[in-house]
Design a protein around this ligand. Structure first.
Ligand SMILES: C[S@@+](CC[C@H](N)C(=O)[O-])C[C@H]1O[C@@H](n2cnc3c(N)ncnc32)[C@H](O)[C@@H]1O
Length: 290
């Protein structure tokens, strides 16, 4: 592993680092596209315990509750994803400020989240980029797994799209794969043949557990989804960045589409997966803590 130095005419990089240490080493405006899919669980403030009271019929519990009844205190499960929101956002905000700095004037950020965080993130990105820089909220709809019976089953992710400069950003819809019409009988054969441009709602399967795309990394996103992002918001030869890279889906797509890329992750198993997936196209490097 070599220590990281990124250069505009240098090789693609897979970097083993905390992105907070590595991003400040990159120059302003170097990237046309940044796609990030941060973890909801930041590994901090995870130790909250849920407590729940259960009636102790024998009357010898460790607490006295309503009407003098005796209760046992039952320790609930530790909530793996029970981050304190304020803590989560103090983790993410400085990294999103770096994303803004690293975007070229014609650049675009795609921030992949879910329904729990997206509303907070919209407010934060409006503050960092400016409301006029908001381009889209993409809904990635999928259909997989169990369906809740006590509410509408949640089967979508949200991707917020912000541009650095609303007057200059690059967006080429002609490069995006097209979809079949829902009512093909209502359009001309020529239109039917061409298909229609996707809207801001993307139906796409998750990475198939048995498909050849699967790397084994738990939070891997489908290449088809990221391909649309790369196709619309970068050109061949442009630099693309993912600083929560996981299995390196952005790098895999960028390599196939002739873009250059930097993928960063702090987790050794992610680096191992990326070395296998992207090793032929990138240098594997590390960035020691500052
Ligand atoms: C949801 S996963 C990304 C999955 C990815 N989009 C893919 O398709 O495989 C988030 C990743 O962020 C990484 N991560 C979390 N905190 C980080 C940090 N401070 N610096 C770098 N990587 C970090 C985790 O190790 C994890 O691999």
């Amino acid at each position: 592993m070599t220590e990281t130095v990124w250069a505009p005419d240098g090789s693609n990089l897979v970097v083993h680092a905390d992105n907070a240490d590595f991003l400040p080493t990159l120059p302003d405006g170097a990237f046309t596209l940044i796609y990030v899919d941060p973890p909801f669980n930041t590994g901090r403030a995870q130790q909250r315990q849920e407590t729940r009271m259960v009636l102790n019929a024998g009357g010898d519990g460790d607490r006295v509750g309503f009407k003098g009844r005796s209760y046992d205190t039952i320790k609930g499960a530790l909530h793996r994803y029970d981050d304190a929101f304020s803590d989560y956002w103090s983790f993410l905000e400085p990294r999103l400020v770096e994303a803004w700095r690293l975007l070229a004037d014609d650049g675009t950020l795609y921030l992949h989240l879910d329904y729990r965080e997206v509303h907070y993130a919209k407010v934060m990105l409006d503050a960092i980029f400016g409301r006029e820089c908001f381009l889209n909220e993409i809904i990635w709809a999928y259909d997989y797994g169990a369906r809740a019976k006590n509410r509408w089953p949640t089967k979508h992710d949200n991707i917020l799209v912000y541009v650095k400069n609303p007057a200059k950003y690059h967006f080429n819809s002609a490069e995006v794969d097209r979809e079949p019409y829902m009512a093909p009988g209502l359009v001309t054969p020529a239109k039917r043949e061409l298909g229609k441009l996707p809207t801001d709602v993307w139906w796409h399967t998750i990475v198939s557990p048995t498909g050849k795309e699967k790397t084994g990394y738990p939070t891997q996103k489908p290449e088809g989804l990221v391909r649309r992002v790369v196709a619309a918001s970068s050109r061949p030869g442009d630099w693309c960045l993912d600083f929560f890279a996981g299995s390196g889906t952005l790098g895999a797509v960028a390599a196939k589409m002739g873009r250059r890329f930097v993928c960063v992750d702090q987790n050794q198993p992610a680096i191992d997966v990326m070395a296998k997936r992207l090793g032929a196209h990138a240098e594997i490097a590390s960035c020691p803590p500052a």
